[in-house]
Design a protein around this ligand. Structure first.
Ligand code: BEZ
Length: 249
């Protein structure tokens, strides 16, 4: 998908804020080499590097990497594909927040991560679990259906059992894996939900005229208000899966 880095940074900073909790599983000492996989605009890359570790940020979006370089000029950022990393036995930790659910070929991704890790190195990741944004996807799907279209979710939202199996089948040792509800307040008051939908369902919405898009967004707000509006702000129905897995050999 095409990312709008400016909007992402201004309206979706919560993504990095929640990712901070994941940092506690990362050894960030000065002798460590870390890859921030799907670094976005670099907010967590900076945190990963704060203790002196050598950190590289990688993102598939040129506009995100451009923004990350602007935000953190002293850090190293590259545009690249998470499922085809160019490194071998290079990192002590590969860290990834809110990215893996975008990647269709999960086996290719895990192989790519495993190859880039040093022996003994760890993957520390968090992303959408089964049931993530279920109400939002259902509301969007209903609007597509009303217009004679079928919505195909592009996301990978696994249960812990499924993801553990995948990691183990690809030779990783799972040290921690859990899933949890993480209702996530969206910034910008009344506009929060539509900002989110416009940012993340860009391609599907792009098929419609401006007027039709507006109708879709209004209909979604109406349908979702009783479940996701708390009187002050929209709260997205996020569910997370968190995993720490080690490359033992
Ligand atoms: C998420 O972080 O869970 C997410 C973000 C955008 C689209 C789908 C899921």
């Amino acid at each position: 998908m095409q990312w709008n880095a400016e909007m992402y940074q201004n309206k979706h900073l919560f993504v990095a804020k929640y990712g901070e909790q994941l940092l506690e599983f990362v050894n960030r000492e000065a002798d460590q080499t870390i890859l921030d996989l799907g670094c976005g605009t670099g907010a967590l890359t900076r945190e990963l590097a704060a203790g002196g570790a050598r950190v590289i940020g990688l993102d598939s979006s040129e506009s995100m990497v451009e923004k990350a370089r602007e935000n953190e000029p002293e850090l190293e950022f590259y545009v690249g594909d998470a499922a085809a990393l160019p490194w071998e036995d290079r990192f002590d930790t590969i860290f990834s927040n809110a990215v893996f659910h975008w990647i269709p070929d999960q086996r290719k991704l895990i192989r790519s991560v495993k190859k880039a890790l040093k022996k003994g190195g760890a993957l520390v990741c968090e992303f959408g679990a089964a049931g993530n944004i279920q109400a939002i996807q259902e509301a969007f799907s209903a609007e597509m259906k009303a217009r004679g279209m079928v919505y195909h979710s592009p996301f990978f939202f696994p249960e812990t059992g499924e993801y553990r199996r995948l990691l183990e089948e690809e030779g990783m040792s799972v040290r921690r894996i859990l899933e949890y509800d993480r209702p996530t307040p969206l910034s910008d008051g009344e506009k929060g939900l539509r900002n989110w939908v416009v940012q993340f369902f860009t391609e599907d919405l792009g098929r419609f005229s401006q007027e039709e898009r507006e109708r879709i967004l209004r209909a979604m707000e109406e349908v979702l208000r009783s479940r996701l509006w708390n009187g002050d702000e929209w709260v997205a129905d996020y569910r997370r899966i968190q995993a720490v897995a080690v490359k033992e050999q």
